[in-house]
Design a protein around this ligand. Structure first.
Ligand code: IPE
Ligand code: IPE
Ligand code: MG
Length: 254
């Protein structure tokens, strides 16, 4: 079980242990080139491959990618269909490479909404890579931070019905255990490509003390060099977790 950064001060290091990315800007990348939006999504898959490899080489332990939000069902049906198809293709084509690289794949989100074939493929890919430990790559699909908090609350109450009678006894770490990524530490670095400076319902509980990095580059243009620029920026941040700067310096010197 992970301890929330709001309760204990977590250790920090030069390379973020957990990087969470909103891969945004595929559609605009394509529109700029007079291509259909879907061409941007296809190009975006190549960036995923590059960034997974770069994170594995740099010693990142957890990489979480927002691939499809609970709200993305609002898009035109043909775009949603293509995104699902790309997801299936990527799982089928990439599993060998991921396994060779020592990457463990996990998928979080409300998977009940997906077709049985896709759910089965997700299950197989997770099982196939479950023994890997170099990097855990988590794909957030039909995921929303509010959905996650709600499903965690439901699961927690179902397992502990007595809590409803003594709500004052409920703690943050109790709820934490039921979040869909309870097995991962909270993200150290959040990156959003595509120029928007918002969270768009991604991991809202876990991002409480995460360093937030925004770049105007569209996701298909994001590269390992850009990832290094984000890491460089991350190293300049002083993570205080509520303490004063003097306290942080004293701890670093000790
Ligand atoms: C992100 O790119 C990919 C998904 C949300 C699936 P967008 O498709 O949101 O690209 P823009 O923001 O319209 O450019
Ligand atoms: C966030 O991007 C979701 C993903 C990248 C999967 P959106 O493009 O859907 O976010 P908004 O609508 O601009 O906030
Ligand atoms: Mg977008």
């Amino acid at each position: 079980m992970m301890i929330s950064s709001t309760q204990a001060v977590p250790a920090t290091s030069d390379v973020p242990r957990h990087v969470a990315i909103i891969m945004d800007g595929n559609g605009r990348w394509a529109t700029r080139r007079r291509l259909p939006r879907t061409a941007g999504h296809a190009k975006g898959v190549q960036t995923v491959r590059r960034i997974v490899e770069a994170c594995a080489r740099r010693g990142v332990s957890y990489l979480t990618l927002f691939a499809f939000s609970s709200e993305n069902w609002r898009r035109p049906a043909d775009e949603v269909t293509l995104l699902m198809r790309l997801f299936v293709q990527a799982l089928e084509r990439e599993v060998d490479r991921l396994d060779e690289q020592g990457v463990r794949l996990r998928v979080v989100g409300d998977l009940d909404a997906f077709e049985p074939r896709l759910r089965e493929l997700i299950r197989q890919t997770e099982a196939r890579t479950a023994h890997n430990s170099l990097l855990t790559l988590t794909i957030a699909a039909n995921y929303g931070g509010r959905w996650d908090i709600l499903q965690a609350t439901r699961a927690m109450l179902a397992a502990n019905p007595q809590l409803a009678q003594s709500p004052e006894s409920l703690t943050e770490s109790q709820l934490d255990q039921y979040l869909s990524m309870a097995w991962a530490p909270e993200p150290d670095l959040f990156i959003r490509t595509g120029g928007e400076q918002r969270i768009s319902n991604f991991m809202i509980w876990q991002l409480a003390y995460t360093e937030l990095y925004f770049t105007d580059l569209y996701w298909p243009d994001f590269s390992a060099a850009q990832l290094d620029a984000a890491f460089q920026w991350y190293r300049t941040r002083e993570r205080r977790f509520g303490r004063t700067s003097a306290q942080v310096e004293a701890q670093a010197a000790s």
